[in-house]
Design a protein around this ligand. Structure first.
Ligand SMILES: Nc1ncnc2c1ncn2[C@@H]1O[C@H](COP(=O)(O)OP(=O)(O)O)[C@@H](O)[C@H]1O
Ligand SMILES: [Mg+2]
Length: 309
């Protein structure tokens, strides 16, 4: 468990992090989202024990970042937003160096290096010099380095920034895998859709304050209490509309192009099933019936502009 309690940081007059409290459990992949300057890096650096909180505390499996920072460091892997790799070092040497720094014995290191290389899909690059790797591979190598001591908590600060779409997709897959390995993962970004599809929990931070925190689904519900269902019929749009407008849980039904009707729906999935059944029973020829994906960017905007609190 990671328990963050009233974590607070000021720089002079500026409140960079304002009284954050949340907890995460093993397997949680937490998307820490907020615009530039919101306080993400400051929070992460406090959790990494590299920056002292002005007030508040955090505990990782009961170990306190204030009173026992060295023990916390043994249990975390921290990937900063900017990092340098050493030139003229081979991939395996680089990992060996960090494993040694974590006091892992010489005999155990090769096996550990092999396993983190495999996890980060860098096995074939074992003997390559780090400066010859692509940006995406360097990012994965940096993550591999954070994994040599098998940490409980991973702190990844904007790991996807500067990566091309393919490298991003690979990184997402890797982060999801870390969650499946039952680690706690905190991954920050200023771009919401980048995170929401593989995180189970999201937190939205703005000007140091946590505006929303919880399971991705709950947060969506909070900002968008109605679902939108797209229904396409073969013909008879007018009849379908009439039926829909009279149906339960339908807030509105609007016709669009190609015989598509967009329905604002307040019911649950069972009621969706009832609605579809009713339409078919009444002779409406339904070609397509599905819930529209919520636009995460839109949710983010609504939260950060104060539309929801
Ligand atoms: N060492 C520092 N001294 C003074 N102000 C800082 C320092 N570090 C960060 N800040 C300020 O704290 C705020 C939060 O910054 P940061 O945590 O880096 O945000 P984010 O990572 O979300 O972009 C910003 O206004 C930033 O300018
Ligand atoms: Mg930052």
């Amino acid at each position: 468990m990671l328990e963050v309690q009233n974590l607070h940081k000021t720089f002079g007059d500026l409140t960079a992090v304002n009284n954050l409290s949340f907890s995460l459990k093993p397997g949680d992949v937490f998307g820490f989202i907020g615009p530039n300057g919101a306080g993400k890096t400051t929070t992460i650096r406090m959790l990494a024990t590299l920056l002292e909180p002005t007030a508040g505390n955090a505990r990782l499996n009961g170990v306190d970042i204030l009173s026992d920072p060295m023990e916390v460091r043994r249990r975390i892997g921290y990937m900063p937003d900017f990092f340098g790799l050493y030139d003229d070092t081979k991939v395996w040497e680089y990992l060996d160096f960090f494993a040694a720094a974590y006091q892992i014995g010489k005999k155990q290191r090769p096996e550990i290096i092999d396993s983190v290389l495999e996890l980060t899909d860098l096995t074939t690059k074992r003997e390559s010099f780090v400066q010859t790797l692509s940006r995406g591979m360097q990012q994965r190598l940096c993550l591999a380095r954070c994994l040599v001591h098998d940490p409980t908590l991973l702190l990844l600060d904007e790991p996807a920034s500067g990566l091309d779409p393919r490298a991003r997709a690979e990184l997402k897959e890797l982060i999801a895998e870390l969650g499946r390995m039952n680690k706690i993962v905190i991954v920050s970004s200023h771009i919401l859709p980048e995170l929401a599809d593989f995180c189970n929990t999201i937190g939205i931070i703005e000007r140091g304050a946590l505006l929303a925190f919880g399971p991705v689904k709950d947060i969506m519900k909070q900002v968008q209490p109605t679902r939108v269902i797209r229904i396409r019929v073969l013909d008879g749009v007018a009849r379908a509309l009439e039926l829909l407008q009279a149906a339960e849980h339908v807030k509105s039904a609007e016709p669009g192009e190609d015989n598509v009707i967009r329905v604002q729906f307040t019911g649950e999935v069972e009621h969706q099933a009832d609605l579809l059944e009713k339409m078919v029973r009444d002779g409406v020829r339904v070609v397509d019936f599905r819930e529209e994906e919520i636009d995460l960017e839109d949710v983010f905007l609504r939260i950060t502009t104060g539309a929801v609190h």
